[in-house]
Ligand binder design. Structure first.
Ligand SMILES: Cc1cc2nc3c(=O)[nH]c(=O)nc-3n(C[C@H](O)[C@H](O)[C@H](O)COP(=O)(O)O)c2cc1C
Length: 187
């Protein structure tokens, strides 16, 4: 009789543990609907004097994204002349990017300073360097005063098969969190 009761108790404990395990978020198997992981969000940026880099860092912190820096391989001689000319000419200066597996990310923030009302030519190089079809690209910028709007055309031109989300002129730190909430990137 006692051993029957023990067996019953053991079965109950086992069943209860199974229910607990199934409900625990840490126990979900990889085949179940995956919760968001760090691997999903990339925050790519080019920054010349550090303003855009700071915003990119805040976005990466808030979204738990991976930060990646776009750098121009060659330094400018005369920034004013060379950077404007390459934008006007549609040049694609060689870049390096600090993250390898770009195409593993579903959502890619792309940040840059506004230069002559446009994105620096390194951003065009970056957009052309990978296949962003089916991904979501979220542009952001910093500027002296201009908004991001005029610079946005390159995203649709270079990545016609990506979804381009609403961009942010991130000159005011207070705008970042509400924008991310509106995009559904944070709660
Ligand atoms: C070469 C150059 C061109 C710029 N052109 C503009 C412009 O057309 N409109 C604007 O509002 N700000 C312009 N700015 C200001 C930058 O967009 C602004 O300082 C930005 O925050 C710099 O970002 P960074 O520190 O990440 O490089 C320009 C700055 C530089 C260096």
């Amino acid at each position: 009789m006692k051993s029957k009761r023990n067996t019953l108790m053991t079965a109950l404990v086992l069943a209860f543990s199974l229910v607990l395990a199934a409900c625990s978020p840490g126990q979900s198997s990889s085949s179940e609907g995956a919760s968001r992981t760090k691997g999903d969000i990339l925050v790519a940026y080019f920054s010349y004097t550090g303003n855009t880099e700071e915003v990119a860092g805040q976005i990466a912190d808030l979204t738990d994204g991976t930060l990646g820096e776009i750098q121009r391989v060659e330094e400018y001689g005369n920034l004013q002349e060379e950077a404007e000319a390459e934008i006007l000419e549609g040049a694609r200066p060689e870049i390096t990017f600090s993250v390898d597996n770009v195409e593993d990310y579903d959502t890619v923030f792309v940040g840059y300073p506004i230069w002559w009302n446009e994105a620096p030519a390194m951003i065009a190089t970056f957009l052309e360097s990978y296949n962003f079809a089916g991904k979501t690209i979220i542009p952001f910028c910093t500027s002296g005063s201009d908004s991001i709007d005029h610079s946005l055309h390159i995203f649709g031109e270079i990545c016609p098969d990506a979804t381009i989300a609403e961009g942010l002129t991130a000159n005011n730190e207070d705008d970042i969190e509400p924008w991310l909430q509106e995009l559904g990137m944070i709660q």
